[in-house]
Structure formats: C-alpha cells, structure tokens
Design a protein around this ligand. Structure first.
Ligand code: OSB
Ligand code: MG
Length: 378
C-alpha cells in the first residue's frame, strides 16, 4: 500500500460535562483527525488521542500536529509499505516519543488494510487470536466530583444503566471518602475501581493501602508514570491489584511490569503505545502470561472509539474497558450510527462492514473543523 496524502484536521467538540482527573480538567476536546488516502483513492481514518494540555502525557494536540507534519508524514507518504505492521518500525528509527502522533497515522493504515481486504477492523486484528467477541461490555470512567455524595449518586445511576465496570478518579484528599461513599451506594459486589493518574508518592503508601478495605477490582496508576520500582514496592503492600496505564508505553514496559511485579493488570491504549501493532503485541504477551488487560479511553470521538471497540473484542480483554456510548460524551457524535449501549450494558462490535464499520459524517466534521492541512507525497 502507498499513501498519496494525509489530511489533518483539528475538530473542536465540547464535552457534555467537564472531565476532571487528578492532573487536570478537560471541557472542550481539540481532537486531531487524520484522513489518509491511498493509491487507489481509499480513505482511512485515525484519531490522535493526545489531550489539549501535557498533563496525561507529554503530547498535546499541537505537538502531535507538528510531529505528524515534520516527521511522521515524510517517512510514509509516497512509500510502498507492505502492511500496517510495517508502519511502527519505520516510525521508530531514530524518532523518540510522539507515540500518539505515530499511532494516529498507523491506525489509518489498519483501516485502509481492512477496507482493502473487505473485512472489519475487529476481524483483521483478531486474525489468529481465537474467538473474537460480537459484543463488549461497556464501562464508565467518572471524573472527580464536587462531593462524595454527588459522585456516589452518579455512580449508582451508571450501575443501574447497565455499565459493567465503574471507575472513579481519585487524588490526594479526594480519595478515601469518595471511595467509601461510592462503595456504600453500589453495594459490596459492584465492579468498582479507582484511577489516580500518577497523583501519589511513597509518602502515601499507607493511605493507598487503606483502599484495600473497599474491595476494588484494581488501583490504576497510583504513582509516577516512569516509576515501576516504587509501583513494585507498593504492590507488595497491597492486596488490591495495581493496574498500569501511563507507565505502559511499549511491550517492553509491559514485560518489565510483570518481571518486577509492579502491577498485575494492564490498561491498553492504542495512542499511548504507538499504534495497533504495539497494542496487539502487549495483548499477546499479557495473554501468554495470564495478565488481564482492558481497553482504556481518552475521551475519543466515534472514530477513535471504533478502534477501541475492535480491540476490546479480542479474547485477552477480559475486563470491561473505559468504553461508553457516544451519548455519554457528546451532544452529537461524528459517526453514523453513533455508539450505543443496550440496557444490559453491551456495545455491539461491527463485524460486517469493512474497516471501522461505520460511516464518518464528513459534513459534521467540516462544521467542527478549526484548522486543516493537507500533506501530499513530495
Ligand atoms: O487515565 O484513563 C485515564 C481520560 C483522559 C485521560 C486519561 C484517562 C481518561 C479516562 C477516560 O479515564 C475514559 C474515557 O474515555 O471514557
Ligand atoms: Mg488511567
């Protein structure tokens, strides 16, 4: 396959409600979309998961735009490429970081390949990996709220709505009381977890150990993203499994996590690990080691969500992901049909239509576009 052009667009989509985590708040998403055209005129889509500010990782919408224009596109445009699995190796040579920028374009190659073969993305990536799911369980990630009571009310409503997992964001001072209130509201059996987004340090180990009392499925990324050793120390003191998110930037880091026992569950995000090929490698490794994985979210539009749904259909994704229907985030999404979740909390995996399995609403994208740039083979 050969790319003839890459069309970058920044679209602006207000979230229905602000999303606050320990490291910052998001209200308006500035999403970078990539449309890649191949030599026969097919168009593949990719969504960059970088945020507006460098609080989750060092990447942002603006740094990703720069990285794609200056370094990603020149390596790929006009070049004959055997398949989507060849893209990341080309992008990794003497090109550090910028995983979300790389992934946005890599994903478009997978969409193009699936279209070329006439199969859904889920089937393409599921090939040789056993039975893929026809539906996945939805999960929700709730931002930090004004009070424990407000959060507990929201969480209870989500459980009643059918979500298969409730995740709540925590940070120092906004933790034990919040978790206690939510556990009380949901009952002892409800699938509940917390995500700290790097907010704690060694001085907080006792406080984190107190979370053991709440029967949580896991504690996600309590410590700094580059600190596997202290995660291992903490895991020794916890009964609750640690799940790593920000720390897992590659297959190597997942292997390190297992070697060091720095965590026992992995949150896989395509953007953070540099694309689908890397996500698949992490999935395969974790599955071979009996380490459960689940698919994280980055407040994606319907395009990025399609990738998450396809990934979550793989057999190693044994825990519901942070995958919610379109209506949880947006007044109106930019795909048709929008992503829906039934009363049992199930989201259907599109397996019939080739590629992402849905129509991208170009008029809607045009309306939301704040800037655009076309990059063509030189
Ligand atoms: O840490 O998982 C996270 C959103 C933005 C940045 C980081 C995270 C999240 C989520 C969102 O938890 C989950 C979703 O997309 O619904
Ligand atoms: Mg997280």
């Amino acid at each position: 396959m050969r790319l003839t052009s890459l069309h970058l667009r920044e679209i602006r989509m207000p979230l229905k409600e602000p999303f606050r985590i320990s490291s910052g708040v998001q209200t308006l998403r500035r999403i970078l979309l990539v449309a890649a055209t191949d030599e026969v005129g097919r168009v593949g889509w990719g969504e960059c998961t970088a945020g507006e500010e460098p609080n989750y990782s060092s990447e942002t919408t603006d740094t990703a735009w720069l990285a794609i224009r200056e370094w990603v596109a020149p390596r790929l445009l006009g070049r004959e490429i055997a398949g989507p699995a060849e893209v990341l190796p080309l992008l990794e040579q003497n090109f550090r970081g910028h995983s979300m920028a790389k992934a946005a374009v890599e994903v478009a190659f997978w969409d193009l390949e699936a279209q070329r073969l006439g199969v859904s993305l889920a089937r393409l990536i599921g090939q040789g990996r056993g039975e893929i799911r026809t539906e996945i369980e939805g999960g929700i990630s709730l931002g930090i709220q004004a009070s424990p009571q407000a959060l507990a009310q929201k969480a209870a409503a989500c459980l009643a709505r059918g979500y298969g997992k409730i995740k709540i964001k925590i940070g120092p001072g906004e933790d034990l009381e919040y978790v206690a209130a939510v556990r009380e509201a949901l009952g002892p059996e409800a699938p509940l977890m917390v995500d700290a987004n790097n907010a704690y340090g060694r001085a907080d180990f006792a406080r984190l150990a107190a979370l053991d009392a709440f029967g949580l499925l896991m504690i996600e990324q309590p410590l700094a993203c580059d600190d596997l050793l202290r995660h291992a120390e903490l895991q020794k003191r916890l009964r609750t499994p640690i799940c790593l998110d920000e720390s897992i930037t590659s297959l190597d880091r997942a292997e390190d996590m297992v070697t060091l026992d720095a965590g026992r569950i992995v949150n896989i995000k395509v953007g953070r690990v540099g694309g689908i090929a890397s996500a698949l490698a992490i999935h395969d490794f974790c599955r071979s080691r009996g380490v459960p994985v689940w698919c994280g979210g980055m407040l994606e539009s319907g395009i990025g969500r399609a990738v998450n749904v396809a990934l979550a259909a793989l057999p190693g994704f044994t825990i519901p992901g942070d995958i919610s229907p379109s209506e949880r985030y947006w007044q109106r999404d930019l795909v048709a049909p929008e992503w829906t979740m039934d009363a049992r909390g199930r989201i259907r995996v599109p397996l019939q239509a080739p590629g992402l399995g849905l129509a991208v609403d170009l008029d809607r994208i045009e309306d939301l576009t704040a800037r655009a740039e076309r990059l063509a083979a030189g």
